[in-house]
Write a protein that binds this ligand. Structure first.
Ligand SMILES: [Zn+2]
Length: 106
């Protein structure tokens, strides 16, 4: 991989809609519904689904599903609220599944 290019961008694997910047990537250590997932501080061109409470591995959270604004593909979720104080840092963060992303260099 060419690590010399400076601004990699993560886009939708399905329609190449730009979704997140690599500088907003916070962690690669997450697990989504279909496998590895990344946590971002910001995401763009996404549509939020209905808010719901969900029991995840690390506790109970209020989350919204995330969809691509162009093709509607299910991408991951956004943490809206953490019920466990130790998980508060995840609030407002975006989880995008690696399998749904395409890394591009521009
Ligand atoms: Zn898409």
């Amino acid at each position: 991989m060419a690590e010399l290019t400076s601004n990699p961008l993560y886009s939708c694997r399905n329609c190449r809609n730009p979704l997140a910047l690599s500088e907003d990537l916070l962690s690669k250590a997450f697990v989504g519904k279909s496998g590895p997932a990344y946590m971002f501080g910001h995401a763009m061109n996404v549509v939020l689904g209905q808010k719901e409470d969900k029991q995840l591995i690390t506790g109970l959270f209020s989350i919204c599903n995330l969809y691509c604004s162009k093709c509607g593909q299910d991408l991951g979720w956004k943490y809206v609220q953490a019920y466990d104080a130790r998980q508060k840092f995840k609030e407002g963060r975006f989880i995008l599944e690696k399998a749904k992303l395409l890394k591009e260099y521009c």
